[in-house]
Ligand binder design. Structure first.
Ligand code: ADP
Ligand code: MG
Length: 242
């Protein structure tokens, strides 16, 4: 049976794309047939961070009724990717309402469909919630990221999607006085769970290896598999298979 996970957050820049792409690679490495759909139609970055450069047909064309899904799916890192296009004109021609039909078709082929989405609360960020079986909330451990994501919670309920849990990204533990964390460092896990009324699925530390891998256009779970961020991402992916 196919499962659709939609990755969302209130704020941008918290790590949704990094997490969606790397969870996809991690699931594919567990021999699960996986596709990552880049539904950030304006600013999509999945193709860039997974090293896909030749993408003549993209989700832009598919959502404009000008390209087939088959032609817009590319293989990389052992998984399939349905990338967003890079142009503003392409973005303006998309109809986000068509995403639902696209995901429905992908569900027939894949074990896991991971949808990356744009931040915020608008027709582009809400379209990926339509066929989500479960939603993964991504936050950084700070109040603005958590508060903006809490706002999404009420909307998610109206889409009859369940929240699978929260992924806390870029968690910083002070190197010299680690017992101070929660006071001087990151917001505590318990506090995040209370504010979002959802369980924390995993905590991904702030890790330079994430940026290094991105600049190498490679998934961190492959480029730096022993890094602390990779270990955290692999553990979350494993959790998602249960
Ligand atoms: P979003 O999709 O939510 O806008 P991105 O995945 O594009 O966020 O990540 C934003 C930036 O944060 C990128 O430059 C990425 O390399 C960096 N980043 C994400 N996660 C981490 C991490 N755990 N450690 C260090 N840098 C990270
Ligand atoms: Mg993104």
């Amino acid at each position: 049976m196919s499962k659709v996970y939609t990755v969302i957050s209130g704020k941008g820049g918290v790590g949704k794309t990094t997490i969606a792409a790397n969870l996809g690679v991690s699931l594919a490495r567990m021999r699960k047939k996986t596709v990552v759909v880049d539904a950030d139609l304006a600013m999509g970055g999945v193709a860039t961070i997974l090293g896909l450069s030749e993408i003549p047909v993209t989700l832009h064309e598919v959502l404009a009724g000008k390209g087939s899904i088959e032609k817009a799916v590319y293989s990389t890192h052992g998984l399939d990717v349905l990338p967003s296009g890079h142009t503003v004109s392409g973005f303006l021609r998309t109809d986000p309402k068509k995403l639902e039909g696209v995901v429905d078709k992908l569900k027939r082929t894949y074990d896991y469909v991971i949808i990356d989405s744009p931040p915020g609360l608008n027709k582009y960020s809400l379209a990926p919630l339509k066929n989500a079986d479960e939603v993964l909330l991504v936050v950084t451990p700070d109040l603005p990221a958590v508060q903006t994501t809490a706002k999404l919670q009420s909307v998610i309920a109206t889409y009859s999607a369940n929240v699978r849990g929260v992924i806390v990204n870029r968690f910083r533990i002070p190197s010299f006085f680690p017992w101070l964390f929660g006071v001087k460092g990151s917001m505590e896990k318990g506090e995040i769970e209370r504010r979002l009324k959802a369980k924390v699925l995993g905590v991904i530390p702030e890790d330079r290896a994430v940026i290094e891998s991105m600049n190498m256009r490679s998934a961190i779970v492959i480029y730096r598999p022993k890094s602390s961020a990779s270990k955290a991402i692999n553990a979350i992916a494993k959790n998602l298979t249960h």
